[in-house]
Design a protein around this ligand. Structure first.
Ligand code: SF4
Ligand code: SF4
Length: 375
């Protein structure tokens, strides 16, 4: 700890932040990696690294691993420079630091276990609810046509439960993002709509997940764009599923049309394409995760990564199973399982890996604002 104290620009509350400060001092002198991603140009604008600066840089890092592969000071060199792993550790801590309400930030500590328990409890609660409140003949019966789902759970109850958990997730995520933004934005001039649009473009194309052009590093030292493609499938699959739910809600309230809808209708088309994206993406990410060079990863956050990927996968698999089997006696149980998984997904969104997309987007906005000030 003494060596770390000697080479930081200021005191920090955690070992990960102190180590990130130490590395940024070394990298700021070296600057060999400045063309690889946004982290190094952002670092070069700073001489001191406050906690907010380090949290900003950590969330700007996409973890491609290129700077580790290129670094002449990486282990076994005595400087022991490992930027991807150190920033991954700071990133993981930052989710907990800015969580809202603070009393629930502990859910990040043993995240895999916490999310598994919440998901299991949620699915069990929906199954139990269906068994208690629905007539057994209704639960195991075959229901087709508009309003079929609502014979198992009244629409108003469904809307209240999911509307409530959705509003809570939005509130908690907004408060976390607000706290993070206050810490990273400082006195930077606004940057206008241009900075925001630049960040949308950089996030939508995952510009900095390309290792400076070569791709992400793996354990076989052969960089590829696999993680980028699987991230895209996951992200756009998720957006399509959201679009499906939004259109279905509009149908229900404005056109008086009740679910389930025929296979050619927009909610089903969006949901099916989104569901496929949410199978291909998460499965690919899971496989890619186990092929990554272990020295790049924050091993303490593996549970959080896997839990989020599995939750997305369960959402899509149960949703597609419900679509295929909705006109069979299996529909009742499948509906309970799917609703239980989706409810848990929303409930745990502010306390899991989902946060990384939002923090990274804010970091990209801040980077775009600072870049504009450079010209
Ligand atoms: S990661 Fe290594 S090579 Fe890259 S800037 Fe830092 S010290 Fe230099
Ligand atoms: S791991 Fe990739 S994104 Fe992160 S700092 Fe290194 S080069 Fe940049």
């Amino acid at each position: 700890m003494r060596a770390i104290d000697m080479h930081t620009t200021m005191a920090h509350p955690t070992r990960a932040l102190a180590e990130a400060d130490r590395l940024m001092v070394i990298c700021n002198s070296c600057r060999y990696c400045e063309g690889l991603c946004a982290v190094f140009p952002a670092m070069e604008r700073r001489n001191l690294f406050k906690d907010g600066d380090l949290n900003f840089l950590a969330n700007l890092c996409h973890g491609c691993g290129a700077c580790y592969a290129d670094c002449q000071f990486s282990p076994p060199h005595e400087f022991d420079v490992n930027v991807p792993r150190t920033l991954a550790r700071v990133r993981g801590e930052s989710y907990q630091t800015y969580a809202w309400p603070g009393a629930l930030s502990g859910l990040f500590a043993r995240n895999g276990l916490a999310i598994s328990l919440i998901a299991a409890f949620s699915v069990a609660a929906f199954l139990l609810g269906f068994f208690i409140w629905a007539d057994p003949s209704v639960l195991t019966g075959t229901h087709v046509g508009p309003g079929a789902f609502y014979r198992l759970m009244p629409h108003n109850v469904m809307a209240l439960l999911f509307g409530g958990v959705f509003v809570y997730a939005i509130l908690a995520l907004t408060m976390s993002m607000r706290a993070f933004w206050r810490d990273i934005a400082g006195n930077t001039p606004a940057g206008g709509i241009g900075a925001f649009l630049q960040a949308v473009k950089d996030a939508g194309s995952l510009r900095y997940l390309d290792g400076g052009g070569a791709g992400c590093m793996n354990d076989d030292d052969k960089p590829t764009d696999r993680r980028k493609h699987y991230h895209h499938a996951t992200f756009y699959g998720f957006l399509l599923c959201l679009a499906s739910t939004t259109v279905a809600t509009l149908y229900h309230y404005f056109l008086g049309r009740e679910a389930p809808y025929p296979w050619w209708d927009l909610p089903v088309v969006f949901g099916t394409l989104g569901g496929i994206g949410l199978i291909v993406g998460p499965v690919g990410l899971l496989v890619a995760k186990f092929k990554r060079a272990p020295e790049l990863l924050d091993e303490t956050k593996s549970g959080m990564d896997v839990a989020f990927i599995v939750m997305l996968l369960l959402t899509s698999v149960t949703g597609l199973a419900l679509l295929v089997l909705r006109a069979t006696p299996a529909m009742g149980v499948l509906l309970a399982v799917h609703l239980g998984v989706v409810f848990a997904l929303f409930l745990t969104m502010p306390y899991g890996k989902f946060v990384h997309g939002l923090f990274r987007f804010l970091a990209l906005v801040q980077h775009a604002r600072e870049s504009r000030g450079d010209h």
